[in-house]
Write a protein that binds this ligand. Structure first.
Ligand SMILES: Nc1ncnc2c1ncn2[C@@H]1O[C@H](COP(=O)(O)OP(=O)(O)O)[C@@H](O)[C@H]1O
Ligand SMILES: [Mg+2]
Length: 254
């Protein structure tokens, strides 16, 4: 199993990158993928063509909320807390598709009283992840809550940079935060987003010591599909964004 997370400022292209990566990896024969939408804004599902509402699939927060407030089937009430959570996630919150499976963390989650479910959830996720070749996590900008709720180790971090002069500053800050919150990782790859300027790779290499792996190409269709809420899985094979991400991951050895 190889676990991957994308980080970067809001709007930099993280969710699109994860969706496109899922599309590329799912076209490899016999490759199983779990997508985890850890962004409370929850648009990864839409980007990969899954309508959670229509399919009546709960978010993880829904499950924890229902368990916490006893909003569950009588039959389950004698179960332990861990059993309840595991049963309900498996039954109601795991989307299982041909190309990938998906869970969404959701928004209802209030802090504080959820310490025990957090640990149960972390264990559940560790066990679930074992069934897949790739686990791709779409996160909002901050990684702290990923550490607290989901996982304390990943294999590859993809830091996506935009074209602003502040990009390098953000990169260093992200790296420091990751070290401080003690997320273990093997590789920290830097990639430029679709607005990234051609002059930036050099300062990345010179000033940060991080590995610059290339740029995600601008792709009109990616923009259009995002806008319309259509699945990026429908992109043609010649999509510039898809091809550029394909080159990046093949250089890394995926
Ligand atoms: N390769 C690309 N080419 C063109 N536009 C893109 C590309 N990737 C993302 N976008 C645009 O950028 C916006 C933000 O992308 P998104 O993946 O939602 O970023 P994030 O998850 O980091 O907030 C999208 O609405 C989309 O229009
Ligand atoms: Mg996003």
């Amino acid at each position: 199993m190889r676990k991957i997370v994308a980080i970067g400022r809001g709007g930099v292209g993280k969710s699109s990158f994860i969706a496109l990566l899922a599309k590329l990896l799912s076209s490899k024969r016999g490759c199983s993928i779990l997508l985890i939408d850890a962004d409370p804004d929850e648009n990864l599902a839409e980007l990969v063509g899954v309508d959670l509402g229509k399919m009546q699939i709960n978010t993880i927060s829904d499950v924890l909320f229902n368990v916490r407030y006893g909003n569950i089937n009588e039959r389950l009430k004698s179960f332990s807390l861990a059993e309840k959570i595991e049963f309900l996630i498996n039954q109601n919150a795991l989307y299982e598709g041909d190309d990938f499976d998906l869970i969404s963390i959701g928004t209802k989650w209030t802090e504080g009283c959820y310490c025990q479910p957090n640990n149960i959830l972390k264990n559940f996720i560790v066990n679930l992840e074992r069934n897949y070749d790739y686990v791709l996590i779409d996160s909002p900008a901050g990684l702290e809550h990923i550490n607290r709720r989901l996982t304390s180790s990943v294999d590859d971090i993809f830091a996506i940079l935009d074209a602003t002069r502040k990009a390098l500053h953000h990169l260093r800050r992200a790296y420091r935060i990751i070290s401080e919150i003690q997320i273990k990782f093997n590789n920290f790859y830097v990639i430029g987003n679709f607005r990234f300027s051609d002059e930036l790779p050099e300062p990345v290499n010179k000033n940060t010591g991080f590995q610059y792996m290339g740029r995600i190409e601008y792709d009109r269709k990616v923009e259009e599909f995002n806008f319309k809420g259509e699945s990026l899985f429908q992109l043609e094979q010649d999509s510039p964004a898809l091809l550029s991400i394909g080159r990046i991951i093949s250089n890394i050895g995926y």
